[in-house]
Write a protein that binds this ligand. Structure first.
Ligand code: UTP
Length: 634
């Protein structure tokens, strides 16, 4: 039996911009239609499953929730026969569609998926069909190591579902992005997905109105007005799903980023009014939605919420509200549950930077002979919680606690990847686990959770720090990335970790940014040194000089102020592009590709530095390691 993997895929909810997905597709025929835009989020409810490789394509269920309607399904892993099942419009057509698509485009064998729990209400506008399709795509992706990113999984799920008679929307598969909201734009056949920053948690409530609606009729009425608007009413519809929608989406992105729940709730009400005025008249029987409006106008509901609106194709299907806080969220669910099926979910706070990179490919010459026998990053320190931890674990913990979702270790070889997998991903033997006390067992669980976020890449030739960083270009996938050194640990003086301090500063400037700290003039020749002009933020510096290890005399004479780099950076797609240029043109400093060179070249377009409230401890040389061990670190 192959390794078993655990999966969870949530349902999804469109917060703003419903119908603009298919409207944007009509740009293929009429360029004057505005692109579509929607904000979609995964919710807390979803499908839980485990999966293993198998000869055939098998779907089983052990969940209580699906017991009544489920019959186990088994099919040969053959594109043609799976396609036929997809076309039949049966219970398993969707998943067969996805399996046929993956079998056709990738080298995969069969899988057996067992649904273990289902907390997602079916047929409630929360897209349970897209969730199961994403789940199947993800199971193939992980078991057969297809290396699809989230967008790839989403595309496979969409293509698979489109092989059936289902006409799923193009925003349904956003559930692949988990429980974080994304901005999707629809320009002809192109879809773009961008994760959103959420400054404060948002307390949502959804309720099934338990009334009638006919989605097919709504879609067919609205689609008749495309691609060319002929009457005033049709023109209104184009405006509502085009320019008017774009304005609402732009505001929503801002309010979510700024954590302004009150303004966001008011915007939901504004979006519903726009829908009622300009969209509903086209399919008035379906969209006048008396039950939806009864609840939107209910005084008790209004007192508990900042605003509300319909869901999905709208009509009397499902309603969504933004509650004022976690208590009113509970009160609202209780109140609505008297008559409806109500659920709550909270959109968690979310930073713009969600990926981190740690290069660990260096040999660690300065710590020989220790590094003859162990990786430099495995050297231990006593942490704040009094546990003796390898440096890498202290770093990974800081990233985990800072909300980083994916961490890439840049290692030196395939063997090193295997070593990391062995020490971090392989569970402890039963015998050893049994020996741990309660606290240690808890920490072991934490290691398991942290390890799930790990990815690896390899720096085959040791051509310098910048070269090592560049190896994570594919991993970064055009997102900003937090970069830490593999041989430095960070100690924050505040509640916020050093990493979070830097991430929040980045969110204010949206430019590459480097953490800095005070350094004595006699030590400037040992570090990267930054100088610049302070901004309105007392800890934020606009960089004017970035020099590698300048002599104290030079610093005194030429720089207005001087700070040492702290070993944490946020690097942007532009930095990866510049690193690539240097590597392609063999543009080195002393034979190595340096990140400092690229950062210094960013000064003209905007490079910032943040004075972190914390300390850093380099453990890469004996003197510095001594300082960290001698009680300074914790
Ligand atoms: P160092 O400059 O300390 O280099 O790297 P090193 O090779 O580890 O140590 P010495 O100088 O030989 O004693 C800083 C960080 O960058 C990584 C290292 O693993 C360390 O985390 N690094 C450096 C790479 O991943 N690849 C490189 O080519 C260079």
């Amino acid at each position: 039996m192959s390794e078993s993997i655990q999966l969870f895929v949530p349902g999804r909810l469109c917060l703003f911009g419903e119908h603009s997905d298919w409207a944007g597709l009509h740009r293929v025929f009429n360029a004057s239609i505005a692109p579509g835009a929607a904000i979609v989020t995964g919710i807390e409810q979803g499908i839980y499953a485990n999966a293993v490789k198998s000869e055939k394509f098998v779907m089983r269920n052990t969940s209580e929730e699906l017991k009544e309607i489920w019959k186990d399904f088994e099919a040969d892993m053959n594109t043609e026969s799976l396609r036929n099942i997809a076309a039949k419009n049966e219970y398993f057509s969707y998943v067969a569609g996805v399996a046929s698509y993956l079998n056709e485009h990738h080298n995969v064998g069969g899988i057996e998926i067992t649904i273990t729990k289902m907390t997602l209400p079916v047929k409630s506008g929360l897209s349970s069909s897209a969730a199961i399709c994403v789940l199947v795509a993800r199971a193939f992706n992980l078991l057969y190591e297809l290396n699809l990113n989230t967008t790839g999984e989403m595309a496979a799920a969409y293509r698979g579902e489109r092989k059936t008679s289902s006409r799923c929307g193009r925003l349904d598969q956003a559930c692949a992005f988990g429980t974080s909201p994304v901005l999707m734009t629809f320009d002809g056949e192109d879809i773009n997905v961008k994760r959103l920053v959420v400054k404060e948690p948002l307390h949502w409530v959804i309720a099934n109105l338990k009334a009638q609606k006919d989605t097919i009729k709504i879609l067919s009425d609205l689609n008749k007005c495309y691609p060319f608007a002929e009457t005033e009413t049709e023109k209104n519809l184009h405006d509502a799903l085009g320019a008017d929608n774009q304005k609402i989406i732009d505001k929503a992105v801002c309010f979510i980023k700024e954590g302004d729940a009150k303004a966001l709730g008011a915007l939901m009400t504004e979006a519903q009014n726009l829908f009622d005025t300009k969209v509903a008249p086209i399919s008035i029987e379906q969209l006048k939605a008396p039950k939806l409006h009864q609840f939107l106008n209910d005084d008790k509901v209004k007192a508990l919420t900042y605003g509300g609106k319909g869901v999905g194709s709208q009509g009397d299907g499902t309603v969504q509200f933004l509650a004022k806080d976690s208590q009113t969220q509970k009160d609202l669910v209780n109140y609505l549950s008297k008559e409806l099926e109500a659920y709550s979910f909270t959109i968690p706070k979310r930073h713009q930077v969600r990926k981190a990179v740690i290069p660990v490919a260096g040999f660690g010459t300065r710590l020989y002979p220790a590094t003859r026998m162990m990786r430099k990053e495995f050297i231990p320190l006593i942490d704040k919680d009094n546990l003796l931890k390898p440096v890498i674990l202290i770093l990974l913990e800081e990233l985990y606690n800072s909300g980083i979702e994916e961490i890439c270790l840049i290692t030196g070889s395939e063997e090193e990847v295997e070593l990391y997998k062995k020490v971090l991903l392989q569970p402890l033997s039963h015998e050893h686990y049994a020996k741990l006390d309660k606290e240690a067992k808890k920490y072991e669980e934490k290691i398991n959770k942290i390890s799930k976020r790990l990815k690896f890449c390899i720096q085959k030739e040791k051509l310098g720090f910048g070269h090592a960083v560049y190896q994570s270009n594919d991993f970064s996938n055009d997102e900003p990335v937090l970069l830490l050194l593999g041989d430095t640990v960070y100690y924050s003086n505040t509640e916020k970790s050093c990493a979070v301090q830097l991430i929040e500063a980045y969110e204010r400037v949206n430019k590459p940014i480097v953490s800095i700290c005070e350094v004595s003039i006699s030590e400037t020749a040992n570090f990267g040194i930054i100088s610049g002009n302070w901004t309105d933020d007392p800890n934020l510096l606009k960089v004017t000089h970035f020099l590698e290890k300048p002599a104290p005399e030079y610093v005194k004479k030429n720089l207005p102020n001087y700070y040492s780099v702290f070993g944490q950076y946020i690097i942007t797609p532009q930095i990866y592009k510049e690193l690539y240029k240097n590597i392609k043109n063999e543009n080195t400093s002393n034979g190595e590709y340096q990140l400092t060179d690229v950062l210094a070249s960013m000064i003209d377009t905007g490079l910032y530095a943040y004075k972190t409230d914390g300390k850093m401890f380099d453990i890469g040389n004996v003197e510095a390691y001594k300082k960290a061990v001698n009680g300074n670190f914790n």
